[in-house]
Design a protein around this ligand. Structure first.
Ligand SMILES: [Zn+2]
Length: 183
């Protein structure tokens, strides 16, 4: 780990960035929950066997029409302090706030699967721990690619994309990653 990264990690801790992220995620979840819908029965059929029924009951989805997500208020502060390549929320395809998935585009099964892996991660880790790991991975790994929560979702997503009939338990894999301290 370079000195610069160490300083940024220290700064992030002093500024309580994971706490800010946690608060932001909860606020966004509550905000979008009003306009969100449960999965359709077609989506549930595709996803069942990969995800527990409780998760499929819990998840909510929203497709934004004509608006883009804005960056969180603490982005400006972080930029001033020298944090670069922060995730620009207006440019991403979708994001998951706890169990509410907000998308800029119509859901394909591949996109939905990826975001549901995040819902499972939130379920097992809790919002606070999820935020800590996301921030730490981002800083230590030099950006989005260093976030192991994302590598996990991409890895499982690739298996689904290769064969959507070859069912496996996402919850079990996420639990293994937690147990082996891979996040
Ligand atoms: Zn993701």
């Amino acid at each position: 780990m370079t000195r610069g990264v160490k300083i940024q990690l220290l700064l992030a801790r002093i500024l309580c960035v994971p706490a800010l992220v946690t608060r932001y995620i909860k606020a966004q979840r509550n905000k979008f929950l009003f306009q969100a819908s449960p999965l359709t029965s077609a989506q549930r059929d595709v996803m069942s066997g990969f995800f527990p029924r409780e998760l499929l009951d819990l998840a909510r989805i929203v497709v934004l029409d004509g608006i883009r997500l804005k960056n969180p208020p603490f982005h400006g502060l972080l930029k001033t302090l020298g944090f670069s390549n922060l995730l620009d929320l207006s440019q991403i395809s979708a994001i998951t706030f706890d169990y509410v998935i907000v998308s800029h585009q119509t859901f394909t099964n591949d996109l939905l699967f990826h975001e549901l892996v995040h819902v499972e991660q939130y379920r097992q880790l809790g919002i606070r721990r999820f935020s800590e790991l996301y921030v730490r991975g981002f800083l230590a790994g030099g950006g989005y690619d260093g976030i192991s929560l994302e590598s996990n979702a991409h890895e499982l997503g690739s298996r689904f994309e290769a064969d959507d009939q070859d069912r496996f338990s996402v919850a079990e894999v996420v639990a293994q990653w937690i147990q082996r301290d891979k996040f």
